[in-house]
Design a binder for this molecule. Structure first.
Ligand code: AP5
Ligand code: ZN
Length: 214
């Protein structure tokens, strides 16, 4: 399967991805995770991306298209992939179609994590992550066994630098202006499915499984 997950910050893309990945043996390509790793490692890509990310703005199309093009060549992506946070502009969606056309493939399904903006601040400000594995927790909705500590490794959890109410506002603005047109793009292609992303995590997982098995 070749899947795209679209949704605003905190809508649950990164929470559902590992579950879908394991169920269908897909690779999980999250542009945000890849960019954060590049920023942490201070690579040339990370240095270019940092300023936009800190402000909650989108990184340039060329940079992210380049990292996705590279990442899709991994052997683990042969059976299919989950694109989490990409494409986020119509230009990115068109570039993705071109890349896939060259391989004779296309996107099978696009899951739209529909959710009201008002719910997102609580989700974002309560999020804690284990940076090396990408495991995500929430102080209220998915607390770790010991506060601030990863359940599996016992290592410390961190908060994302852009998970503040102020930066969330620009991330949401970018979503509405630049990413919502991508939803129309895939609706016209007839591949879009809606999810009610404000439901509890397990209920969202059940909806995802229903869409993917149909
Ligand atoms: P990115 O990392 O993609 O961030 P985002 O889109 O803002 O999305 P999030 O990761 O915040 O949300 P999520 O849906 O994954 O939420 P999660 O499941 O963790 O991008 C970051 C930045 O990188 C961008 O601002 C941009 O600068 C750059 N970038 C990335 N891709 C780009 C691109 N293609 N083009 C240009 N720039 C790009 O859930 C959030 C919290 O809620 C967690 O604590 C979780 O436990 C909890 N939670 C999840 N589901 C539920 C539920 N159902 N009920 C209750 N709580 C829940
Ligand atoms: Zn995410």
């Amino acid at each position: 399967k070749r899947l795209v997950l679209i949704g605003p910050p905190g809508s649950g893309k990164g929470t559902q991805s590992p579950i879908i990945k394991d169920d269908y043996c897909l690779c999980h390509l999250a542009t945000g995770d890849m960019l954060r790793a590049a920023v942490a490692a201070k690579t040339p890509l990370g240095i270019k991306a940092k300023e936009a990310m800190d402000k909650g703005e989108l990184v340039s199309d060329d940079l992210v298209v380049g990292i996705i093009d590279e990442a899709m060549k991994k052997p683990s992506c042969e059976k299919g992939f989950i694109l989490d946070g990409f494409p986020r502009t119509v230009t990115q969606a068109e570039k993705l179609d071109e890349m896939l056309q060259k391989q004779g493939t296309k996107i099978d399904k696009v899951l739209n994590f529909a959710i009201d903006d008002s719910i997102l601040e609580e989700r974002i400000t309560g999020r804690w992550i284990h940076p090396t594995s990408g495991r995500t927790y929430h102080t209220k909705f998915a607390p770790p066994k010991v506060p601030g500590i990863d359940d599996v490794t016992g290592e410390p959890l961190i908060q994302r630098k852009d998970d503040t109410p102020q930066v969330l506002r620009s991330r949401l603005e970018a979503f509405h202006k630049q990413t919502e047109p991508v939803i129309d793009y895939y609706t016209k292609k007839g591949v879009l499915s809606q999810l009610q992303a404000e439901k509890a995590p397990k209920q969202v997982t059940a909806e995802v499984q229903k869409v993917l098995s149909s």
